[in-house]
Design a protein around this ligand. Structure first.
Ligand SMILES: [Zn+2]
Length: 255
């Protein structure tokens, strides 16, 4: 018997993946493609798929998997640019507008992935340490009290190679800062990069449409995977400057 990291009760713990298998199986991906680029040479780390750890009891694991299944279904649809449930519109080469995202489940799923990487004892995830936010996010996940759109705001970027989407890519990134104040954590699953501003009180001076809205609206910007392969630009591009450029583009952009 061990203490579940989420509900803190003494129970038998499951030996679970830190990053759920759902995000690297091709079960729902009808347009599955192998990733034809090699990223070993730059500083980004591919997230190890197989890493497991005893963190959660069966009950908590089930709770999280329900959110993850919704996130996964949405990512598959967004990846394929077609959905029976979501409204997905490719605005131009650079942007997609998605409507009808289930805000609560989507947001809790993203936060739960970040939180699991933070509580993991594996060195592989050490850049995801959340400090005092680890406990705050635990309380959110346990209580299922989803934070508002201005707390822990999340933005999403889609990566393509030669205008083709690839769901195969999972990547970890070092944590970064925006405005020298906001800690930003990023990870890429199912070809989408999630950027989370780890703050529950202050909201950055950025147009809110850059982030997932409580209404279920989400603007996704589209980038090329090749940009990740340019070694000198990798870190700077992924942190401050990159973030500001992207936000400016999104802010200038009208519905
Ligand atoms: Zn539990």
């Amino acid at each position: 018997m061990m203490k579940c990291r989420l509900c803190k009760s003494n129970k038998e713990l499951k030996d679970s993946h830190i990053i759920s298998e759902a995000f690297y199986s091709s079960l729902y991906d009808t347009k599955h493609r192998a990733l034809p680029v090699h990223l070993e040479k730059n500083k980004l780390e591919l997230i190890q798929k197989g890493l497991r750890e005893r963190l959660l009891c069966a009950c908590c694991e089930l709770k999280i998997s329900k959110w993850e299944n919704i996130l996964k279904k949405d990512l598959v649809d967004i990846g394929n640019l077609e959905s029976k449930f979501l409204k997905i519109k490719r605005i131009n080469k650079g942007f997609i507008k998605v409507e009808k995202i289930r805000y609560k489940e989507f947001k809790l799923a993203v936060l739960s992935i970040l939180w699991r990487m933070s509580v993991s004892s594996n060195d592989y995830f050490k850049s995801y340490s959340l400090g005092p936010y680890e406990e705050k996010i635990r309380v959110i996940l346990e209580s299922e009290m989803v934070p508002g759109e201005k707390q822990y705001p999340i933005s999403v970027t889609r990566y393509e190679l030669e205008d083709k989407f690839s769901s195969e890519i999972l990547l970890g990134f070092p944590s970064g800062k925006v405005d020298n104040y906001f800690t930003v954590q990023k990870f890429m699953i199912w070809g989408h990069c999630f950027m989370i501003f780890v703050n529950d009180r202050k909201f950055p001076s950025i147009n809110i449409n850059v982030f997932l809205r409580e209404s279920g609206d989400l603007y996704i910007d589209i980038r090329s995977l090749l940009e990740l392969g340019e070694p000198n630009s990798v870190l700077s591009r992924l942190l401050d400057e990159d973030v500001h450029t992207m936000f400016k583009e999104k802010m200038n952009w009208k519905n």
